[in-house]
Design a protein. Structure first.
Length: 189
């Protein structure tokens, strides 16, 4: 589901960039910034979407298994794992001003569309009920740590938190016949 969520965001941003600029310059592609040796892997004149961090959404954490009726049997599934993804959009361009212009378009897009639901985004993949993006503001120390962790040199970039991707294992943790009626008996009467 993580890959699907990132692909959806990249497609939405690319559609917006094409509409705003009329070209493919600065198109978003998904992947790491550098390889194991520290060499750039993204093409020049593109914006790279990199997954930086995954956090569990603990506030909305469900404890109880989900119950469903499948083929006349009650099936218990483990509760979904709800995640927040920290995403890095970084521009690697020959012209620095183009990187800034592309990032401005991306930030403007998410300022206008911070939330994606099936009602307003028909391309939202099945399994994603809603996706919200929040701009994150990292201080110089945090940025330095992030870029060091990535093994890359600093590029013009912006960091967003994508909330709420739910992962659920579809392997049942239990099955049985559903309860269809409750009978009580009065003892002693």
């Amino acid at each position: 589901m993580i890959d699907t969520a990132l692909a959806f965001i990249a497609d939405e941003v690319n559609a917006h960039l094409r509409k705003r600029t009329g070209s493919e310059l600065g198109a978003v592609d998904i992947g790491p910034l550098v390889d194991d040796r520290g060499n750039w892997v993204g093409a020049v004149d593109t914006t790279r979407l990199t997954l930086f961090q995954i956090d569990e959404e603990r506030v909305l954490r469900e404890q109880m298994p989900e119950r469903a009726i499948v083929a006349g049997r009650e099936v218990m599934l483990p509760p979904p794992l709800k995640l927040n993804l920290v995403l890095l959009f970084s521009g690697r361009f020959q012209q620095y001003a183009q990187a800034l212009r592309t990032l401005s378009h991306i930030m403007g897009f998410f300022q206008a569309r911070p939330l994606f639901t099936p009602a307003d985004s028909p391309a939202l993949p099945v399994g994603l009920e809603r996706v919200a993006l929040d701009l994150l503001s990292y201080g110089p120390e945090q940025l330095n740590q992030m870029w060091t962790c990535l093994g890359a040199k600093h590029l013009p970039s912006v960091v967003y938190r994508l909330r709420l991707v739910a992962l659920q294992d579809m392997e049942p943790i239990g099955t049985g016949m559903p309860v269809t009626s409750i009978q009580t008996s009065l003892h002693g009467r």
